[in-house]
Design a protein around this ligand. Sequence first.
Ligand code: ATP
Length: 294
Amino acid sequence: MSAALQTTPEQAGEALLETDGVSIQFGGLRALTDFRLAIRKGDLQGLIGPNGAGKTTAFNVLTGVYRPTQGSVRVAGQRVNGWLPHQINHLGLARTFQNIRLFRSLSTLDNVKVACRAQGALNPEGVGLGTKMRAAVRNYRDWWRAMLLTPGFLEEERDLTRQAERLLEVMGLSHRRDEEARNLPYGEQRRLEIARALGTRPKVLLLDEPAAGMNTREKADLMVLIRKLRDEFSLGILVIEHDMKLVMGICEQITVLDHGETIARGAPEQVRSDRKVIEAYLGDNYLETHGGAA
Ligand SMILES: Nc1ncnc2c1ncn2[C@@H]1O[C@H](COP(=O)(O)OP(=O)(O)OP(=O)(O)O)[C@@H](O)[C@H]1O
């Protein structure tokens, strides 16, 4: 293992998200091999690598879309192998998607309210029949409260609206409050996705190519915003991104994947001068522009 692969000294505090030797195979293809990662409160880490390296697969394993073939995923100290995405979300892990997945016909505000409401709707503990029964009873009760517009229901609605408005403000989207999500410019749709993820009150936020399709100005704003979110919401953040300026500019630690294997991990300056990373991903052109390899 190269020096860049050794664990960095950000070991203070409990890991909010941790994997141990995670591998996943699709037929004969090993999409991810022995993937190790720990995200703590305040971390801002990057996950990079060439197309098909396994980055989105890693996100899918972390969030319960895929079940790992080997190894374990822990969120807030709980082993979550086999849990469903919404159950993992309730433990404090939220994500955005490479291909934007908004409720396109809902307003900007309602997109975020749905997420805020979902966070209050389910009990994360347990996946058994008892939990399902309690959820069914609660749904039935909530349906009647909504039909009768009880004072409790109306107060809850006002509270959800306040929470969602606050998140739109943080994400610079207040002016779009009542517009349908599909009518927002691309960069704003990406920010709305982040607002919606924040609506579930995560401790760890996974951002899958948040700057894709953004112009230079929007990317620069996004860099500032991601740092602000980390600080203001006390989050741990993991970002997949192909824009090296953004990743190198904001991440304190970067993991590099190639063919599902972790080929390097370390601070930006370490990673960008790693010969294996240059060969697999950055290319000699990057080397010429940004300095020599180790
Ligand atoms: N559900 C699946 N079934 C079969 N193969 C899959 C599945 N999901 C991912 N793969 C394969 O796993 C490998 C890793 O894909 P993945 O999407 O994770 O790469 P990536 O690093 O996110 O790439 P990109 O930067 O292009 O988004 C690819 O070869 C892909 O075809």
